[in-house]
Design a protein around this ligand. Structure first.
Ligand code: ANZ
Length: 824
């Protein structure tokens, strides 16, 4: 037999694995401490369409480590489910005129069958869907838990609004160019009463814990989180304002307060509206309405011409007593810091341009270098102009460095009650309300007497009304509002008429805690079992795309910290290690409908079989690199798999034959391969594991055809190692080999090959010979060569002789077995 039938093999093994169920994770083994745990998690898919090449890649990579850990004796939890609420399903449902549930569950079914065929080592008994009432009951419970902890609240605020999806978006869902992450429409602003999670309460901790993740996460993901949280040290400075309450600003440069020649407030902040005088109001409102259309990104762009309106009022510089004008502008954001900025044209380029445009004074407070020919200077230099000529102040910081001047100014402001040192974060609270149908209803009742009333726990879940045939098209208010019978309820507190909250939760809420639910997905008494969380958590390796580097990972980290503070778990971070895979592209471009370069996973599987596709994806590159499918050869992968499989047919010794009697050279290759595979898997260099397996296949083939032959027990040993290594990526082929080698299924339950350390000793090492410190020769020597042997060999080398050139050898320094240095 020279090849096996790819599809017959798939049909053969699936029912066997179904029966053996080798990947079911045992809670008992872990809780009792009988076995060490590994929790291997890969991001669960959205059920839009069938699985695609990207899924195939991440599942294949993930399976290498999950199966490897199992081989090494860990109890491995490798669960899978669906992130099945959310806009994609809802939009598709509207397009196809069907209910989101119909679309969602049909796709889940399709994906489930594809995943089964794809044969990853999943414990399917833990399968979950976030759109099931059994799941979102606990999402709602957690929402109430967060509310109880003071971590969920409602407020009126300007929000990002997608005019096409007609829904509010979190900051994270607005792309850098100001468009909607999902549909590409230009995002605008709107005022709405919305639910928020208080992520800012954990800003410092979310930031600090990144230090511990630096090495076990991908660097760029840690950095993305850092800049998203955006920690800035500085001060709050309070300015008195004529006829109004004082205004506090946030500044990173309190030392520049002497150079503050004006104040600017965000044009769309309430503050601007409150400050503006009657004379200036008309001009202000025209300006504001125009700006509302611009995105934050545009507004902060440094190359944007500076615009603004004088509000008609003045503030007082707390250090100098000077009166400075207060302006409204668009380059100050309403929701960062306090929404007001002290204008320091000498130190901030945007302020410089604003001052020049509006003809406001410029005073430098840091001395630029002598050759400075720029405008605003925000580098290092001695403080100047405190006080400047004609200005009196109790504070003199002239000559101090920036850091010293900052500290002195903060101390002074604190002493006069006009400010304090503070830390500011760019991170905003998480806006979780969505005015859409396909999500978990927010479990709150609004009562005219009792206000916001949480739905009592025993009435959860608040199930989504079916709304069959209803118009789900986004209109700016939730479609749930139309379900009158559902909306109108009696207040749990007073029994009077009340209404349900009609917003649903952002899908990211569902995915912020799913890894807890996998621990006991069928438990109908609690969201998750704390004892199981203690036993299984945290996740040992999380694999997923870096499009989730900011949002999902941050939210999951936030949830974990809140749950810890609620006493439900003890660990601080959910993901001990995180790996993000590259993308599968085609012909150098991202796969897309418009380019017509999509590669259909199903067609690839039909043509080459699961194993060849998986092998191709793992072998292509290190996990984090992109894979260009156009450069790949799944046909080549299949040929390799057939070659590996043929080894199992050529083994002639019986199972259990003692390999010690076998060919030593082949045994060395085998054992070295096992040891390297261990190191490579642990370093996530899965592609190299495949390369080493290929080398071992070649060495084994050579031993069979032109070496000791198939009857040599070393050949059996090698083939059995090949089967186990292959099972990490090509489970069908591996199972087939294992069976042909005379073993019971499943190869996944076999034990990992034990390395014979004595076979790892290198045959020779390279010894460098120097004369007067210069390399003159290299020798291949035994690793146990003695000093005397090495000296003798070195001096006998013609090149060394030539370099010595008859001079007297005064000393030979030997560092056996790698170095000989001859001194003449
Ligand atoms: C005076 C000053 C002088 C500033 C100077 C900088 C340099 P990060 O580092 O991003 O936190 N700022 C404060 N609130 C703002 C808002 N809502 N919109 C736009 N800009 C705002 O930046 C903090 C600095 O950005 C603050 O320090 C403030 O300008 C500005 F030589 O205050 B600075």
């Amino acid at each position: 037999q020279t090849s096996y039938d790819v599809h017959a093999v798939e049909a053969k093994w699936l029912p066997v694995w179904e029966r053996l169920d080798p990947f079911r994770a045992s809670d008992d083994a872990v809780v009792s401490g009988e076995r060490e745990k590994r929790y291997a998690l890969t991001m669960f898919p959205y059920p839009s369409g069938d699985l695609h090449m990207g899924h195939a890649e991440v599942f294949a990579l993930h399976d290498v480590i999950a199966r490897y850990w199992r081989f090494r004796g860990y109890e491995v939890l490798n669960p899978m489910g669906w992130d099945s609420f959310g806009l994609p399903a809802e939009n598709a449902a509207i397009r196809n005129d069907e209910h989101p549930a119909t679309y969602t569950y049909a796709n889940i079914d399709t994906q489930f069958h594809s995943m089964k065929r794809y044969a990853t080592s999943v414990d399917w008994s833990r399968r979950l869907h976030t759109s099931d009432p059994e799941y979102y009951r606990w999402t709602q419970w957690l929402f109430l838990k967060l509310r109880e902890q003071g971590m969920a609240y409602r407020k009126n605020s300007p929000v990002n609004w997608c005019p096409r999806d007609q829904t509010v978006l979190a900051n994270e869902q607005v792309l850098a160019d100001g468009t909607c992450e999902r549909c590409g429409a230009e995002v605008t602003k709107r005022e709405l009463t919305q639910w928020f999670f208080r992520t800012t309460a954990y800003a410092q901790e979310l930031y600090d814990c990144l230090d511990d993740l630096q090495d076990s996460w991908i660097g760029k993901v840690v950095n993305a989180q850092r800049s998203w949280i955006g920690r800035s040290e500085g001060a709050h400075v309070t300015f008195d304002v004529d006829g109004h309450d004082p205004i506090t600003v946030f500044t990173t440069r309190p030392d520049t307060l002497f150079g503050t020649t004006f104040m600017v407030v965000a044009v769309d902040a309430k503050l601007a509206e409150e400050l503006v005088t009657d004379e200036q109001r008309a001009e202000f409102e025209t300006y504001r309405d125009e700006i509302r259309k611009a995105s934050d990104i545009d507004r902060l762009a440094t190359d944007r011409p500076k615009t603004g309106v004088f509000l008609g009022v003045h503030a007082t510089n707390p250090l100098t007593g000077e009166r400075i004008p207060v302006w409204a502008t668009d380059y100050v954001l309403a929701d960062y810091g306090t929404g007001a900025v002290m204008g320091v044209p000498g130190g901030d380029q945007r302020d410089w341009e604003f001052a020049t445009t509006m003809d406001l004074p410029i005073v430098r407070t840091t001395e630029p270098p002598a050759d400075w020919d720029g405008e605003a200077f925000n580098g290092e230099g001695p403080a100047i102009n405190s006080p400047a000529d004609g200005v009196t102040s109790a504070l003199d910081i002239n000559g101090l460095s920036v850091a010293e001047a900052k500290a002195a100014t903060i101390a002074h402001l604190e002493s006069i009650g006009h400010g304090e040192g503070t830390v500011n974060f760019r991170l905003r609270d998480w806006l979780l309300s969505r005015q859409r149908y396909w999500g978990a209803p927010i479990p709150v009742i609004h009562c005219p007497v009792d206000g916001e009333v949480p739905v009592p726990e025993d009435q959860l879940p608040v199930e989504l009304p079916e709304l069959r045939g209803a118009d789900l098209k986004p209109k700016g208010t939730s479609p749930l509002g139309a379900a009158e019978e559902w909306v109108n309820v009696t207040c749990p507190t007073c029994g009077g008429p009340a209404k349900r909250d009609t917003d649903t939760m952002d899908t990211f809420v569902d995915s912020s805690w799913y890894f807890f639910r996998y621990l006991s997905p069928h438990d109908d008494t609690q969201a998750f079992d704390s004892a199981l969380a203690e036993a299984w958590g945290p996740i040992d390796l999380y694999i997923g795309g870096d499009e989730h580097a900011v949002l999902h990972l941050l939210y999951a980290r936030f949830f974990t910290k809140v749950l810890r503070d609620a006493g439900l778990i003890t660990w601080d971070e959910p993901f001990a290690a995180y790996l993000s895979q590259g993308k599968v592209i085609n012909n150098g471009r991202k796969m897309s409908k418009s380019l017509g370069n999509g590669v259909d996973l199903g067609a690839q599987l039909d043509e080459f079989g699961v194993d060849a596709v998986r092998l191709t994806l793992v072998f292509a590159s290190p996990p984090e690199d992109n894979i260009d499918w156009a450069d790949m050869s799944p046909a080549g992968s299949l040929r390799f798999l057939q070659r590996a499989w043929r080894l199992s047919g050529d083994v002639e010794s019986a199972p259990g034959a003692d390999p010690a009697a076998g060919d030593a050279a082949l045994r060395k290759v085998t054992h070295r391969t096992v040891r390297e595979a261990e190191q490579l898997v642990e370093a996530y260099r899965f592609n190299v594991v495949v390369a080493r397996t290929m080398e071992l296949v070649n060495a084994t083939r050579k031993a069979i055809d032109s070496g000791p032959g198939g009857a040599d027990p070393a050949v059996r040993e090698a083939a059995e190692v090949v089967a186990r290594l292959l099972s990490l990526v090509a489970p069908y082929t591996a199972e087939e080999m294992w069976e042909r080698l005379g073993h019971e299924p499943s190869v996944a339950s076999a034990s990992w090959p034990e390395v014979d350390e004595s076979l790892l000793v290198e045959d020779t090492v390279t010894c460098v010979v120097q004369v007067q410190g210069k390399v003159r020769a290299t020798l291949e020597v035994s690793p146990d060569a003695t000093d005397e042997q090495l000296t003798e060999l070195a001096l006998a080398e013609p090149n060394v002789q030539r370099a010595i050139d008859g001079a007297e050898v005064r000393r030979v320094i030997v560092r056996a077995p790698k170095l000989v240095n001859v001194v003449v």
